[in-house]
Structures are given as C-alpha cells and as structure tokens.
Ligand binder design. Structure first.
Ligand SMILES: NC(=O)c1ccc[n+]([C@@H]2O[C@H](COP(=O)([O-])OP(=O)(O)OC[C@H]3O[C@@H](n4cnc5c(N)ncnc54)[C@H](OP(=O)(O)O)[C@@H]3O)[C@@H](O)[C@H]2O)c1
Length: 499
C-alpha cells in the first residue's frame, strides 16, 4: 500500500467493468485505497459496458465481487461509500456515436462530482480492444489535456511478439504522448519487487559485490501449482513464454540487473531498466533451441488437487504444442554481467508455488579447509522471494559447534510480515494510486516493452518452427521436465531446490 497524500480530484473510467479483473482486483484495490484515506476527495468511477447494464446492476455486481475477492474483511459502510461513486455508461468502440455520447455524459458526471476533468481510463479488456478503444477516445477528443490530465492504463499482454508490440506502441503514440500511457504489470505493485531497488541501492554492502566478480549466476523462478483451468482458449494461443517472460520475469530481471539510476525518478529508473533489457544478448534460433527447454504437463496430482492433462483441458486443441513450462538461459552483454548466466523458469501445474530470485555467489577458495574434515562448502545464495512468502533469505556457511572443524549451510530469513504490519493488498493499490498522482516509475516504457520482446523473439520463432519436436512432457505436481535440470547441469550448475 502506498503511504502519501491524497491525489488530485479525478474520474476513473473502467472499460471492461463487467470482467474478472475489475471485480477481482481493481475494485478491491480501490476499496483498500479508500480504507487508507488515499482516494481523492472528489472522485468517481464510471464503468463502461458494451451492452445494457444499469448503474444499480453494476454496483450490485461489484459489491458481490468485493465480498468474494477481497482479502480484507469488508466494512459495509466503507464499501457503500466507494460504490456510491460508481455509475455505468453504455458504449462500444465499434459505435463512434456511443463514444461521443459517453464524452458528454462524462462531462456532466464530472461537473456533478467536481473532478476537474482529470480522467484515468483503465483498459481492463482483452488486448484486441486496446487500440479500438484508444482510437475512439482520441477521436472523440477525450485524450486532449486542456488544463486537466488524461491518462490511460493498458493491461498486459502488451503485444504477442516484437512486431505486434511495436505496432501497438506506434499506433498509441499517434494518439497520445508516452507520458499519458501507463503499461501496467502487476508484479511491480508487489512490495518485495519494489524493495529490490532499495535492497541494492540503499545498503552499502550489496552493490560492491553485485557483479561478475562475485556473482556466479542468477536464477529467476515463477512456478505455479494451478493448471490452466478455464482459460484454455487464451492460454493455448499464448503459452508460458509469452504469458510470463517478457513481462513478469523481465521486470524481475531488470530490477536485479540494472545499473544504479542517477535519481529515484521515473525517467532515470525506466531508462536503466530499458538499457539492461536491450543488453540481453539476442540469440540465433539455433542458440535459442540450445538454451531453452519447453514443456507441457500431463495429468497428475498437485497436493490434494487432481489436474487434468493439458491437452484434455476445455478449449485446448487435442494435439496442442503450446508450452506450459519454459526455462531459458540468457546472458547480459555488458561490463557488469559478462559471463554471468541468468536462468529463468516458469510453469504451471508444478509441485510448488514459488516466485523468487536466487543470486548465487561464487564459492570461496577451498584451500584453507583442505586438511580438515570439511569436504565441501555449501552454496551462498541471496534469495528474494515474493511467493508464497514475501522476504529475503541469505544462505551462508557456519561452523557446526564442537571440537572439530565441520561446516554446514544455514539460512538467515527476513519476512515482511514479521517486521511490518501491513493489511493484505491486491498489488494494484500502489499502481492505481501512482497513476492518479502521475508517477509512472513503476510502469513500462515503450522501449522496455520492445526490448523484452526482442530478447524472447528468437525463442518464439525457434519453438514455432520446431513444433512438437523438442516439446518435453512432465507430470503435474513435479518440478517440470527433467531437461530443465540438464540446462544448468551442462554448465556445472543446478536449480535451487524449492521448498
Ligand atoms: N483477471 C485477471 O486476474 C487479470 C490479471 C492480470 C491481467 N489481466 C488482463 O486484464 C484484461 C481483462 O481481463 P479479464 O480477466 O477481466 O477478462 P474478462 O473477464 O473476459 O473481461 C473482459 C471485459 O472486457 C470487455 N470487453 C471484451 N471485449 C471488448 C471489446 N471488444 N471492447 C470493449 N470491451 C470489451 C468485456 O465486456 P462485455 O461485458 O461487454 O463483454 C469484459 O467486461 C486482459 O487484458 C487480461 O490479460 C487480467
């Protein structure tokens, strides 16, 4: 949750207000902001639905969603206060007249609510609606800033490959300024993710060793226990790589690998993030095949839950070659990281739910222990974890008590919840709040998005050509395909064991 001043008056206009994202995350986040006294005094929410829905029906549906999805106990008075700001307008980007009418209705609502013409348009819709909506907003004059501000939040996925991401950026930038565009990645709303910058740059002890001289390699893991469930149609045309890597995993990678920004401001931080992403070495398709593993799950048990075979999932093609697991080896072609591999893995229907960055340090020289009973030193890791617990862990060697020299690896653990009393949050609070105050430090700039797609494009191309060849099968509830272990084993390394 942010802690700060109340934003200026504004109106939040949500496209896709009937959808899952609005109910599950956006409205609960607004509730949490209101509970923290962080919504503007003059504020309204206007939901845009494509077909007939009254304001009362929308409020009822959002209230049900709030009770269903909020991790906090809902105070009905506060919930009613929030939902009293909500109205509903019918408009469809296919019908320009409906956008002209919407523009007039928004002017009227804003007069009543005294929100001063400041508008935040949230595109909580499928990606194929992003451009049609943006075009209509611009055509109807709603993106013009005449003494007030106009901003637009674009959900992920931002493009499906390098070409489509470039096209989307190009078209959006014909309609509005980069400063008006907030490309959201909810990973950046997580405290631990934001804390990576603080850990690195607000402590004197980490940055001097944060380079190729001391770090052996970096592992970034985003493993999920859930299968594809009812999202078969979306997932089968997307796959693990597109769904997770250019956005979430690259956000983590860029924060870990970026150079120190000159200032803690949006321009400086986003420039360093874009720079490091553009330094990821672009691989040939042959290299991409050698440096990657893609897998697909078969049925199995994950804990108490029976997961059905991916290919038998509703709306998944029976012979699908879409990957539900991806592991990549990347290198960053700059002075700091030369020769330090970054191993990334993500998958569904795995035995453990875990999101972490593990930084493996080079081993200390063994020489002084040669004539002792010690036969090996365990590995030094610094682990930044966001799921299932938010925290930081340091693994180091220590002497086992007793008369002889014996060494064992131990862990020092910091957990957010032990130190800070924070109410549960959705991760969207900070992001929505930042949009309202015009701080885009946590949002992706056009060049970062394109640099991310540039780095994954060879993998997409190589996998598409390979088809079924090279697709590895793993059972649900396992750690993924065995070949992912070989990806590291051939470099004399191994994945960190996940608890
Ligand atoms: N759900 C999540 O947890 C989550 C998390 C992260 C990101 N996202 C992203 O958020 C976006 C929305 O996801 P969702 O899960 O909320 O999807 P959803 O449940 O299918 O809802 C989509 C919403 O968009 C509207 N819509 C569909 N096509 C439209 C069009 N052509 N023009 C205008 N409105 C249209 C639908 O309105 P109608 O009622 O008019 O059909 C519906 O309200 C997606 O881009 C998704 O990738 C979702």
């Amino acid at each position: 949750m942010p802690n700060g001043h109340k934003p200026d008056p504004c109106c939040l206009v949500i496209f896709g207000v009937t959808g899952d994202l609005t109910h599950r995350l956006v409205i609960p986040a607004l509730y949490n902001l209101l509970a923290g006294n962080l919504l503007p005094d003059n504020f309204c929410v206007v939901g845009i639905a494509r077909k007939g829905m009254t304001g009362e029906q929308l409020v009822e549906s959002l209230m049900t969603g709030l009770h269903q999805f909020s991790a906090r106990k809902i105070d009905d008075t506060l919930a009613k206060k929030l939902l009293s700001c909500v109205t509903c307008i019918e408009a469809d980007p296919k019908d320009p007249a409906s956008f002209d009418a919407m523009s007039k209705q928004l002017d009227r609502i804003e007069d009543e609510r005294r929100t001063g013409g400041n508008r935040l348009f949230y595109l909580a819709t499928p990606p194929n609606a992003f451009l049609p909506i943006a075009r209509e907003l611009a055509r109807a004059g709603m993106m013009a800033e005449n003494g007030s501000w106009r901003r637009i939040i674009i959900e992920k996925p931002f493009g499906t490959d390098l070409e489509s991401a470039r096209h989307l950026n190009h078209e959006l930038l014909k309609l509005m300024d980069e400063q008006q565009i907030y490309r959201i990645d909810h990973y950046l709303g997580k405290e631990t993710v934001q804390n990576i910058l603080v850990l690195r740059f607000a402590n004197g002890m980490f940055e001097p060793i944060w380079n190729r001289n001391h770090i052996d390699h970096v592992q970034i893991t985003v493993d999920e226990k859930l299968g594809v469930g009812h999202r078969g149609s979306f997932y089968d045309s997307t796959g693990a790589l597109r769904d997770m890597v250019p956005n979430h995993l690259f956000q983590l990678l860029s924060l870990v690998a970026m150079e120190p920004p000159a200032r803690f401001d949006a321009h400086a931080v986003r420039s360093e993030k874009a720079e490091v992403l553009s330094s990821i070495q672009t691989q040939s398709e042959d290299e991409a095949l050698k440096n990657s593993v893609r897998g697909q799950y078969r049925g199995g048990r994950v804990g108490d839950v029976e997961i059905e075979d991916y290919r038998k999932t509703e709306d998944v093609k029976p012979g699908s070659t879409t990957e539900t697991y991806a592991a990549l080896k990347l290198t960053i072609d700059n002075w700091r990281w030369a020769g330090v591999p970054f191993y990334l893995r993500t998958g569904k229907a795995l035995g453990v739910k875990r999101t972490e960055i593990a930084i493996k340090f080079k081993q200390a020289p063994f020489a002084m222990f040669r004539d002792t009973p010690v036969d090996q030193l365990s590995q030094n890791y610094l682990v930044i974890s966001t799921e299932p617990v938010e925290g930081i862990e340091l693994q180091f060697n220590t002497k086992v008590p007793g008369p002889s020299i014996e060494i064992d690896g131990v862990e020092m653990k910091f957990r957010y919840k032990d130190y800070f009393k924070a109410e549960p949050s959705t991760g969207y609070e900070t992001l929505i709040y930042d949009c309202m105050i015009g701080d885009n430090i946590l949002f992706q700039r056009a060049d970062s998005v394109e640099a991310g797609w540039q780095a994954v494009q060879p993998f997409l191309d190589a996998w598409k050509k390979a088809g079924a060849k090279g697709l590895k099968i793993y059972d649900a509830g396992t750690e993924g395909p065995e070949e992912a272990d070989e990806l590291l084993a051939r470099d004399g390394r191994s994945w960190r064991k996940l608890a």
